[in-house]
Design a binder for this molecule. Structure first.
Ligand code: TXA
Ligand code: MG
Length: 337
């Protein structure tokens, strides 16, 4: 199959493809998603096949209005209205118990709940509205690879397997949405994202955090969080503080060719080392926006070990470090090693 990159004036082609049960990757403010008609079981099955994704991992249903969610959910918790008013469209996914039979089991992974999100991207909102149906959308990468933040990333992973990609340049946030479970008494964050715990608490009061985000021993409640993710070709080590010199010496002692993914100042200190700049002023939001592109960049470079800058786990740093720790399988460089 020829995979098309739809330009701005070709939205109607993308709409027709969705209606015909084909796969169309779409831009959002977080990462690109792999879209299919959420109520077309055969189309959703193709999403798992194209990504090589385990089918017990449920998908997010993307909507263009809160109204659309009402077809699937009977009773919304009272805080829903405030959350939707404040954060939609935006990088917040909400999980509700659904009316039985309203979504194919391939969407929910057989659970009695489902995840919904209204993304903040004009082209994608138009795609959903004009096709007249909610669209499932996992990140549009091959399962295990970093999520795509450009149409080129999508094309690289999925060309020949999907009808097309709706191109809207680089995504602004760069890491996937915050997932908030509203199916239990206390709302619980299952995956950290740009809508932080503090931002949620300011609107709805205390929120719980899935134990696996705090302790490596706990099994995550969001099925997708248990899989290996964002895995580059070479081992990744997280470097904190002033350990760069020591990290490079460690690699040199083992004849390993290093790469550096860090702030401009770190890169300037070691100009001979292959690098990708995450930020120019140690800004974690910019680093988060560029993290996946940086990991993908080094897949094409002749290196043996990748050193990536760690940030404090505050604000956007929580989501950044969550993704980076997955890419690094939890490995921090320590001078003693
Ligand atoms: O920003 C995003 O959320 C992107 C864009 C494309 O919208 N999408 C995305 O989808 O990251 P995906 O499939 O890669 O991640 C969805 C996460 C997974 O960890 C999945 O296990 C969890 O949400 N999830 C979905 N439905 C769930 C449910 N009913 N209960 C618990 N977790 C659920
Ligand atoms: Mg994903």
């Amino acid at each position: 199959m020829d995979t098309k990159i739809y330009q701005a004036d070709e939205l109607s082609e993308a709409v027709a493809a969705i209606k015909a049960g084909q796969l169309v990757a779409f831009p959002t403010e977080t990462v690109y998603g792999l879209g299919a008609d959420a109520q077309n079981e055969a189309a959703v099955k193709q999403v798992y096949a194209a990504k090589g994704r385990p089918s017990d991992n449920p998908l997010i249903v993307h909507v263009s209005s809160f109204e659309q969610v009402k077809a699937f959910v009977d009773n919304f918790p009272v805080i829903t209205e405030k959350l939707v008013e404040t954060f939609w469209p935006g990088p917040l996914t909400l999980i509700f118990p659904i009316k039985p039979g309203t979504l194919p089991a391939v969407v929910t992974g057989g659970l009695s709940t489902a995840a919904f999100r209204m993304p903040n991207n004009k082209k994608t909102l138009a795609l959903i509205a004009q096709s007249g149906r909610p669209i499932v959308g996992p990140s549009a990468n091959t399962s295990g690879k970093p999520s795509p933040t450009t149409a080129e990333h999508v094309y690289h992973d999925l060309k020949g397997k999907i009808a097309g990609v709706l191109d809207d340049g680089s995504t602004e946030i760069g890491v996937e949405s915050t997932v908030l479970d509203l199916s239990q008494a206390v709302p619980m964050i299952l995956r950290p994202g740009a809508i932080t715990e503090e931002a949620l608490a300011a609107v709805i009061g205390p929120v719980a955090i899935d134990g696996h985000l705090v302790s490596a021993e706990e099994v995550p409640k969001a099925p997708g969080m248990k899989y290996r993710h964002y895995a580059p070709q070479v081992p990744v080590q997280i470097v904190e503080g002033a350990d760069w010199q020591a990290a490079l010496a460690w690699a040199a002692a083992r004849q390993q060719r290093p790469g550096i993914l860090a702030d401009q100042a770190v890169i300037a200190a070691f100009p001979a080392v292959p690098h990708f700049e995450l930020t120019t002023d140690n800004d974690v939001a910019t680093a988060a926006q560029r993290l996946f592109a940086g990991l993908r960049y080094f897949d094409e470079q002749p290196i043996d070990v990748l050193f990536v800058q760690g940030f404090a786990e505050q604000g956007m740093g929580v989501a950044y470090m969550n993704r980076l720790k997955k890419a690094a399988s939890g490995n921090f460089f320590t001078s003693g090693t």
